[in-house]
Design a protein around this ligand. Structure first.
Ligand SMILES: *[C@@H]1O[C@H](CO)[C@@H](O)[C@H](O)[C@H]1NC(C)=O
Ligand SMILES: *[C@@H]1O[C@H](CO)[C@@H](O)[C@H](O)[C@H]1NC(C)=O
Ligand SMILES: *[C@@H]1O[C@H](CO)[C@@H](O)[C@H](O)[C@H]1NC(C)=O
Ligand SMILES: *[C@@H]1O[C@H](CO)[C@@H](O)[C@H](O)[C@H]1NC(C)=O
Ligand SMILES: *[C@@H]1O[C@H](CO)[C@@H](O)[C@H](O)[C@H]1NC(C)=O
Ligand SMILES: *[C@@H]1O[C@H](CO)[C@@H](O)[C@H](O)[C@H]1NC(C)=O
Ligand SMILES: *[C@@H]1O[C@H](CO)[C@@H](O)[C@H](O)[C@H]1NC(C)=O
Length: 556
């Protein structure tokens, strides 16, 4: 057995005993907490045998759709996973592929009739049976269930939807490993799998630092490798407005860091379709009334702050809630957003609304008096949210709000989703669900904050049990998922992938796998393998489980 000692913050001191131990050339013990062919996240049920099948030569190995239903997403997915299964990485030029194939054949990496004869049975391919491909885009209601049976001559994958098939393809690709003879093999395995939570997200912030398209697409790849299914695109904020609006193009012209740091409409569509092809929803966030400094090009939208004598200071505060022109702008703006993004949810923010500027403004003071709000600015915030959420609901969009909206006493529609991000989250989840709201959890999964890397912070991230709060079964049923968050103050294209991965994998397993999958030491060996897998697939995921190495060349 593997024994792991984690000593406080200096937990890099790891000792491995027994059959898990290997030695480097100079005799130093090297951590070998790495599984082979183990899936991440852990499937709901999985039985595997010690029988292994070598993969047939790629010239004969087939991934194909058995059912008649035409699933447009799958052709591409088959090609991607074919490359991943045989070459470890999704993208590869034909030339590179041929070279690699020649090399692999020479080294007997596949089953070859003339080499291995008839007494070794090969796996000839994977057949995929899907009952329903009618959904153009994944949604909260989509089925991601699948069953996978790996047995010769063909492995078989059955799923209700193409999204489930994508999850099953990912699992199958993870079961393939190199045997001690350096052949590509897969154990006889039977899996029935489905997600524990329907909403498994990752928040990415493209306002504090702009993230170029190739990084966003890499991020989506990483999410797909971990069965995460919601890309929460915190696209704009105080610092910059990179979204190029159709109706209001001046907003990014004035509000982006530079004309190079803008997502055009076609960029946005590319993100949406790339995500769709991987079974990932894109939920955009346009946070109001705070966090809107970069929206200042919209005339009269932001509150002018005033000094004691009533003169404008030149600074602006949150969106001005007392003007009808505010709502006359918000309506067509959110109409556009709801048209551009196909998901039925929009994240509308509502966090950290500072009242200082509102308090300084004479017109707002008069409005407060007229409305009988006294000095309670939460009432003004509530007034804003009520009118604004009315607009969103008229579009038939489903709003997600940060927790402050309900903390500050706004009576919102019960369909509104409350996103919990503050401590103590257990008490907050209790309160929010007691009021009957649906909830998402992020507080313990702010990966931008998570700890000293010398203390393996992924362990605390992994250890969280989202339903461990006081509440009835009905309250717990209202928590339908969570999100990892990577806020953008200190990340850009140079480091966002390695800051987020593989620690994001810990959140992904928590949200997908069964509640009782929580042995952090067992998880460590699979996480080490998953991380190497991601590196091999071209992602710069950092080492998080301590000393060790990845098997394939060029990965360290
Ligand atoms: C897969 O098969 C190999 C070789 O028989 C065996 O050592 C290994 O334990 C098996 N793995 C699983 C997960 O069953
Ligand atoms: C696909 O799966 C369904 C449901 O399990 C089954 O009824 C059907 O016969 C299968 N189709 C094929 C072509 O195997
Ligand atoms: C199978 O092995 C033989 C002998 O090494 C080799 O000549 C042949 O090209 C191989 N076939 C394939 C499809 O790799
Ligand atoms: C998916 O699996 C879960 C758990 O077994 C089940 O409750 C649900 O009905 C399944 N959904 C579909 C569409 O098969
Ligand atoms: C602002 O809109 C409200 C509600 O539609 C309306 O009652 C009010 O008269 C409007 N105020 C002005 C100044 O137009
Ligand atoms: C302020 O208003 C909010 C919303 O109506 C309410 O929940 C809260 O209790 C009020 N606070 C005070 C101090 O009256
Ligand atoms: C939850 O509600 C209780 C009772 O009103 C309150 O004491 C507690 O502070 C609330 N928790 C949070 C996180 O706001």
């Amino acid at each position: 057995m593997l024994a792991l000692s984690v000593i406080g913050i200096l937990s890099a001191v790891i000792s491995v005993h027994g059959n898990g131990q290997i030695q480097s050339e100079f005799g130093r013990p090297v951590q070998q907490l790495q599984s082979t062919g183990a899936p991440w996240p852990q499937p709901q049920t999985m039985t595997s045998a010690t029988v292994t099948f070598p993969l047939a030569d790629p010239s004969t190995f087939r991934i194909y759709q058995k059912s008649q239903t035409l699933c447009p997403v799958l052709d591409q997915a088959f090609a991607r996973y074919f490359n991943i299964i045989f070459f470890g990485t999704p993208e590869m030029s034909e030339e590179e592929k041929l070279m690699k194939l020649r090399d692999m054949r020479q080294h007997g990496r596949f089953w070859n009739a003339s080499l291995h004869g008839k007494n070794l049975v090969a796996l000839m391919g994977l057949s995929v049976n899907i009952s329903d491909c009618s959904e153009m885009f994944p949604s909260l209601e989509s089925s991601e269930n699948y069953t996978l049976d790996v047995s010769e001559p063909f492995a078989s994958l059955t799923a209700h939807s193409q999204w489930g098939a994508l999850r099953g393809l990912e699992t199958f690709s993870q079961l393939v490993y190199e045997s001690s003879l350096a052949m590509l093999v897969v154990n006889k395995t039977s899996i029935t799998d489905f997600p524990r939570f329907a909403h498994r997200g990752f928040l990415v912030d493209t306002s504090r630092h702009f993230l170029p398209m190739d990084i966003l697409l890499q991020f989506l790849d990483a999410m797909a490798y971990n069965k995460l299914n919601v890309f929460h695109w915190h696209i704009v904020d105080d610092q910059s407005f990179p979204y190029q609006s159709k109706e209001f193009p001046y907003m990014s012209q004035k509000g982006a860091y530079s004309p190079h740091y803008v997502y055009s409409q076609s960029d946005v569509q590319r993100v949406i379709s790339y995500a769709r092809d991987r079974g990932i929803r894109v939920v955009p966030e346009f946070d109001t009334p705070g966090h809107t400094q970069s929206w200042g090009s919209v005339k009269g939208l932001l509150t002018p702050c005033e000094d004691k004598s009533g003169k404008p200071t030149g600074d602006y505060g949150p969106i001005n809630p007392i003007l009808n022109s505010t709502y006359a702008f918000l309506k067509p703006f959110f109409q556009e957003i709801f048209k551009v993004f196909p998901d039925s949810f929009i994240h509308v923010g509502g966090d950290e609304v500072s009242f200082d500027c509102w308090k300084s403004n004479k017109d707002i003071q008069n409005f407060m008096a007229k409305m009988g709000y006294g000095q309670n600015y939460s009432k003004l915030e509530a007034y804003y949210e009520k009118r604004f959420l009315g607009i969103v609901e008229d579009l038939l969009a489903k709003p997600i709000v940060w927790q402050e909206v309900v903390d500050n006493g706004v009576q919102v529609n019960l369909e509104t989703v409350v996103h919990v991000w503050k401590q103590p989250w257990q008490s907050e989840l209790h309160n929010v669900t007691k009021k009957g709201y649906k909830a998402l959890l992020s507080t313990p999964w702010y990966l931008n904050l998570a700890g000293n890397p010398y203390g393996q912070p992924w362990r605390q991230i992994y250890d969280i049990e989202p339903l461990k709060f006081t509440g009835t079964a009905a309250q717990k049923a209202l928590v339908f998922g969570g999100e990892a968050c990577m806020w953008g103050e200190y990340v850009d294209a140079t480091n966002v992938i390695q800051r987020s991965w593989p620690r994001g994998c810990a959140v992904a397993e928590r949200l997908w796998s069964a509640e009782n999958v929580r042995d952090v030491n067992e998880a460590a060996s699979r996480l080490a393998e998953q991380r190497c897998r991601m590196v091999r697939r071209g992602l710069k995921a950092e080492p998080v489980t301590g000393p060790g190495f990845c098997e394939f060349p060029g990965s360290n």
